[in-house]
Design a binder for this molecule. Structure first.
Ligand SMILES: Nc1ncnc2c1ncn2[C@@H]1O[C@H](COP(=O)(O)OP(=O)(O)OP(=O)(O)O)[C@@H](O)[C@H]1O
Ligand SMILES: [Mg+2]
Length: 361
């Protein structure tokens, strides 16, 4: 009689228990109805919940925020399994009512093409968050302190330029004009950076009002016309006249669209075309800015919305890498989302998209 089968099974079960018990990060396993099957000791320690508090209960009810329902669990999505792993930052509730910041990794448990459930692991990132916050406060204090001396230096330079300290040679005027221009740029960057920090911390109040995106874009296009003409580029606006209004901070939305169009002009070749389009997609308005430039290299894609990140290929183009960070912070402060993808070959160029929730009637 072959006795190896039950022994192997037992070993596998033992091994499974050992892994679950000793897994160094929190682990939750759910079946396809989102009912919790396993909740390991690391998860118990982190959340204060006992295994018996959660096993047998619906994951989303007992642990809201846990990505236990993996979207697109259909056969089509399962063909490309690597696309349905979820890596996100979020929170998990502690039994005492607090939310603990965690980093999740989740994946469906699939047999053939049939989803059987999901496994979610998570790690406490409270310490990293605290450090990040500390670093942010320090940097923003530093940026804030730079503003004063810069304003004084800028003011004095303007007085010099106006001849208040004696007459100037042509060369001196030329140099002073350049210095004043550069100082203004540094000032704009410091302000944008401080805006990002404040918005991320929820400290900037948005002055919300009803806004007609079509009108806003038309204004912007006439402002940008000279620059586009210099490169013999055309900017096409594809926004229906009856596009519903959005409830936004107009100045901030102006900054968003300006930054996207500014990039499209900067990073596209002369004589190419840019299209800005907006559509009503139900809950939100979706806008896209499409160019025919180089597009964005695969390795740069995860970082281009980070402050001060610039791809290698853009070193010859003026900029500091803050524009897209501003765009992301503003859009997210409005409850929207922003992302980018490249056009499919043989076409080339980038398509930046963002959503803005529609004004409630
Ligand atoms: N439309 C685009 N096509 C190709 N690359 C782009 C495009 N938009 C942005 N990028 C890349 O993303 C980087 C970050 O863009 P971002 O707007 O934040 O900064 P910037 O344009 O370099 O400077 P700033 O906007 O602060 O003047 C750019 O340096 C460039 O490498
Ligand atoms: Mg830019």
């Amino acid at each position: 009689m072959d006795t190896s089968f039950p022994r192997v099974r037992l070993e596998k079960e033992e091994l499974f228990d050992l892994i679950v018990q000793n897994f160094p990060v929190g682990m939750i396993i759910v079946n396809r109805d989102e009912v919790v099957l396993e909740f390991n000791p690391a998860a118990e320690k982190m959340t204060g919940f006992k295994r018996e508090d959660v096993v047998g209960r619906n994951c989303r009810e007992v642990l809201p925020g846990v990505p236990c329902k993996l979207k697109d669990l259909d056969k089509k999505a399962l063909v490309k399994k690597d696309e349905i792993f979820v890596y996100i930052e979020g929170t998990i509730p502690h039994k005492n009512g607090h939310e603990i910041p965690v980093r999740y990794t989740a994946a469906p448990l699939v047999k053939g093409y049939e989803p059987k459930g999901a496994i979610v692991t998570f790690r406490d990132v409270s310490k990293e968050k605290q450090l990040e916050q500390h670093r942010r406060v320090l940097i923003s204090m530093f940026a804030h302190d730079l503003k004063g001396p810069l304003a004084i230096a800028g003011g004095l330079l303007i007085r010099l330029r106006e001849g208040k300290a004696g007459s100037l040679t042509e060369k001196q005027v030329e140099y002073l004009d350049t210095i004043i221009k550069e100082i203004k740029k540094v000032d704009t960057y410091i302000r944008s950076f401080l805006d990002i920090v404040r918005m991320e911390a929820g400290q900037i109040r948005l002055s919300m009002e009803l806004c007609d995106i079509r009108g806003l874009v038309s204004e912007l296009l006439s402002d940008l016309e000279v620059r586009a003409n210099q490169k013999k580029m055309t900017i096409q606006m594809d926004i229906p006249e009856d596009l519903p209004l959005v409830y936004v901070d107009k100045c901030q939305l102006h900054r968003v669209i300006f930054n996207l169009l500014d990039n499209a002009i900067k990073y596209s070749p002369p004589e190419s075309k840019i299209i800005i389009a907006c559509r009503d997609v139900g809950e939100a308005i979706l806008c896209t800015v499409e160019d025919s430039g180089t597009g964005i290299n695969e390795e740069d894609l995860p970082y281009i919305f980070d402050p001060f990140y610039r791809a290698n290929y853009s070193q010859g183009v003026e900029g500091t890498g803050i524009g897209l960070a501003v765009v992301k912070t503003i859009i997210e402060a409005h409850g929207g989302r922003v992302w980018v993808r490249n056009k499919k070959p043989p076409e080339h160029g980038a398509i930046f998209s963002f959503t803005i929730p529609k004004a409630k009637k």
